[in-house]
Design a binder for this molecule. Structure first.
Ligand SMILES: C[S@@+](CC[C@H](N)C(=O)[O-])C[C@H]1O[C@@H](n2cnc3c(N)ncnc32)[C@H](O)[C@@H]1O
Length: 303
């Protein structure tokens, strides 16, 4: 199914009338364009990330691996007793969009939105009609539209200037608005799966100084760019009334594609893989995932 059939005005949430090239809100008369089959409902600024073929091709593998090995099995388990199928999924800040593609192949009714330049890669996707340009702060969907929301490493990039690690003065308000939009479009009893590096862990393996560098970024555990479990609890539980947050095991999340390309990387990844896939994933050690020794938070949030 096309994302067009699911879209409403991102400002007032009224239905849209569409021609081949434009979408017009029936209520506020705001118009939006359709560029090369992709509806552009962006309200506010684009996310101006630099084009990086090497990183984005790697993300194509990572997104597919994530959906096949982590998201699809998790959603299937959570859906066991549900009546309606296939489950409807929205990936917010889906980047190159392979997570959506792989979920569709596994029978989910999945869609992706993004406000940045990785959207150039959507033309490569098997079902390009499932993507739209939109801002996570103004989602173009009706209330309670999705069973599952996926957000992989996006919230730290909201409220920062031009793909940097420097937050803007109103970054808390921008993130709060994003979370309330995410919760608004999630069905009652639906789930949100949100991940990002852990602010409390001073080693950030996921935002390196350059693509060629393999050194983690060192940071203070109170910096404003990243979020901690407490920050997420504040936004989702306290401000938006979600019912619970579980910190999930890491096994199956990362495919370690970039470090698998060269011998030293293959060797160095062994202890990291053991740590992620065993120590941080064993049920008995669940409590340590909530602490500063866990570099990557994967949160399962129940609305
Ligand atoms: C680190 S990338 C993660 C991409 C993908 N989720 C993944 O895990 O590979 C962050 C993504 O968030 C998107 N993004 C940043 N701010 C956004 C916003 N306000 N609305 C929608 N997407 C946003 C960027 O364009 C980028 O694709």
């Amino acid at each position: 199914m096309s994302i067009l059939e699911n879209l409403v005005c991102p400002v007032c949430h009224a239905p849209l009338e569409h021609t081949q090239t434009t979408l017009t809100c029936v209520k506020c008369r705001q118009t939006y364009s359709i560029n090369r089959t992709f509806p552009d409902l962006l309200v506010g600024a684009r996310f101006e990330d630099d084009f990086c073929e090497c990183l984005w091709c790697n993300e194509e593998n990572t997104g597919r691996f994530l959906s096949e090995n982590y998201l699809a099995p998790l959603f299937t388990r959570l859906q066991e007793n549900a009546r309606h199928r296939p489950a409807k999924v929205l990936s917010i800040g889906c980047g190159v969009g392979t997570d959506v593609e792989a979920l569709c192949e596994r029978g989910f009714d999945a869609y992706g939105i993004d406000s940045g330049n990785r959207s150039r890669y959507w033309e490569r996707r098997k079902q390009p009609e499932r993507y739209a340009v939109a801002n996570a702060k103004y989602l173009p969907f009706e209330n309670e539209s999705f069973d599952f929301i996926v957000m992989g490493c996006v919230l730290p990039h909201i409220g920062v200037g031009n793909d940097t690690y420097v937050t803007q003065p109103d970054y808390v308000e921008q993130r709060a608005r994003t979370v309330s939009e995410m919760v608004r479009v999630t069905k009652k009893d639906g789930y949100l799966i949100v991940s990002s590096p852990n602010k409390r862990c001073p080693l950030d393996f996921f935002h390196r100084r350059s693509v060629s560098s393999h050194m983690p970024r060192l940071h203070w555990p109170w910096e404003s760019f990243l979020l901690s479990l407490n920050d997420y609890r504040h936004f989702f539980l306290k401000e938006n009334g979600c019912r619970r947050i579980d910190v999930m095991p890491l096994r199956g999340y990362w495919g370690f594609f970039s470090s698998s390309k060269y011998l030293l990387g293959k060797i160095l990844q062994l202890p990291v893989r053991f740590y992620f896939e065993n120590i941080l994933s064993w049920r008995a050690f669940g409590f340590i995932r909530k602490t500063a020794v866990n570099p990557w938070l994967i949160l399962l949030i129940k609305k």
